[in-house]
Write a protein that binds this ligand. Structure first.
Ligand SMILES: [Zn+2]
Length: 131
């Protein structure tokens, strides 16, 4: 997918893919302490360890290498890379995990995409939904 984007002049990059529970523990608790956030506030922007889609290996944070200041920021949705993803990600079985107004009430994350192109990934992401 990255190569296809680059072939069209879009500098799509993967910022973060698989993350272990240990790495998520650091991201959740250490950054929470650094920023003085309470647990609810932190959970709006970062999944607690054990709950991140990054643990599945089927999620990736995407960026636009031409506009690094938008990395992991909602302003990423103004970049060429995001527009390319909106038009093309479905062809590669990627979808936005946390759209605006998502039912999980997770903050809008235009950079965070998940792969839903095989049976295992569908089981992971859709089992909870259809009940
Ligand atoms: Zn992410």
């Amino acid at each position: 997918m990255v190569e296809a984007a680059q072939a069209e002049g879009v500098n799509l990059v993967i910022l973060s893919g698989f993350r272990s529970v240990e790495e998520q523990t650091h991201l959740f608790f250490d950054v929470k302490a650094e920023r003085g956030q309470n647990t609810d506030t932190r959970a709006d922007v970062s999944a607690p360890p054990g709950y991140s889609e990054h643990h599945t290996g089927y999620s990736a944070d995407m960026g636009d290498a031409n506009e690094p200041e938008t990395h992991l920021s909602q302003s990423f949705d103004q970049t060429a890379a995001f527009k390319w993803l909106q038009q093309n990600a479905a062809y590669y079985s990627f979808e936005l995990s946390f759209a605006k107004g998502n039912p999980e009430k997770v903050s809008y994350e235009p950079w965070h995409w998940r792969y839903v192109g095989d049976r295992k990934s569908l089981e992971i992401f859709y089992r909870a939904r259809k009940k």
